[in-house]
Design a protein around this ligand. Structure first.
Ligand SMILES: [Ca+2]
Ligand SMILES: [Ca+2]
Ligand SMILES: [Ca+2]
Ligand SMILES: [Ca+2]
Length: 327
């Protein structure tokens, strides 16, 4: 790319030109190794700015639990998506036309783990994965450490965003969820043992709080009980909190060390698609996201439909679903 064009694109991204019309992160979580813990807990749902939206106790979670994937169940998962994702502290990325404002560049500045990236074309415009990504939201927007801009080198530790939603869960400001919370836990979470759950299960906590249930089991996705699902975009088509086999859809990723990855020769940065029919397949490879299969890990996910007026289409899609249910 000509350097003048590249500088223009980079300047546009820094100024936020490409971020305003796109998905707006409303809820996130960070991991236990983040320097902002224990100021907030690794299982709390957080607002941008690092205030607590839903404390872990209101989800039914306790000490030592690690919430590592999150969804409202109304994500526009389909066969082709623009993918929004986060990566872990060890992720390196692949150099691309938008470096340094991509995973590769942010990793070089030691500030990649708290960012949200989006799959784009070479001009930085949202696209189904083509092997190119760019910074969608830098970590300072979330109040994550380090609170610095995206072009500054970070000498210290960094918060790791490990769960993401474009929607809010608390709509009334009382710190209780007003819609179901779909989530997953990591393999060391005490609640897994207490509830007989797998780290690869998609769990749910109902509107208003209460007892944690299983939305979909590891086996319904063709996973093994000792896999760990660590990133999730979910469409529970009729929003009833009960999985519809062959109809509901999820895009997800697995954590490093999950035996299914070794069995398939797949990467913790690959994204799998399932309709809960007992199988999953790799829909987007690490390379298609601009990531390295051997070293990189996707640890949070959101999606949008790949048309220009994505927000309008998202609303239309939601209304269609709603009408279909009421027939
Ligand atoms: Ca960053
Ligand atoms: Ca992350
Ligand atoms: Ca998990
Ligand atoms: Ca992963």
């Amino acid at each position: 790319m000509r350097s003048a064009l590249k500088i223009t694109i980079v300047a546009a991204i820094v100024s936020g030109m490409f971020t305003v019309a796109w998905g707006s992160p409303e809820t996130f979580s960070i991991d236990a190794a983040s320097p902002s813990v224990p100021g907030v807990d690794q299982s709390d749902l957080l607002n941008p700015g690092m205030s607590v939206q839903i404390p872990k106790a209101n989800l039914g979670l306790g000490a030592g639990d690690e919430l590592d994937a999150l969804s409202t169940g109304i994500d526009a998962v389909q066969d082709n998506n623009i993918v929004y994702f986060s990566v872990d502290r060890l992720t390196l990325g692949v150099a691309g036309p938008l470096t340094p404002l991509d995973v590769f560049g942010q990793a070089g500045l030691s500030q990649q783990a708290g960012d949200v990236f989006v799959t784009t074309n070479a001009l930085g415009v949202g696209s189904v994965p083509l092997g190119i990504n760019s910074v969608h939201i830098n970590q300072n927007f979330f109040g994550e450490v380090p609170v610095i801009g995206p072009l500054v080198n970070n000498a210290g530790n960094q918060d790791n965003l490990d769960a993401l939603s474009f929607e809010e869960f608390d709509l009334t400001g009382d710190q209780w969820q007003d819609r179901p919370v779909y989530f997953s836990l990591d393999s060391l979470s005490p609640t897994l043992v207490a509830g007989g759950f797998s780290a690869a299960d998609i769990l749910s906590s109902p509107s208003g709080g209460g007892v944690i249930g299983v939305f979909a089991t590891a086996l319904q996705m063709g996973l093994q009980l000792n896999d760990d699902l660590d990133a999730l975009a979910l469409l529970d088509l009729n929003s009833d909190g009960i999985v519809a086999l062959g109809t509901d859809m999820a895009l997800f990723s697995l954590a490093p060390g999950s035996p299914t990855l070794a069995g398939l020769g797949a990467s913790p940065a690959d994204l799998f698609l399932t309709t809960f029919n007992g199988t999953s397949f790799v829909r987007y490879s690490a390379a298609s996201l601009g990531l390295q299969a051997a070293t990189d890990n996707v640890d949070a996910l959101e999606v949008q439909v790949p048309e220009p007026a994505t927000l309008g289409l998202l609303l239309l899609g939601g209304l269609t679903v709603f009408r279909r249910r009421r027939k």
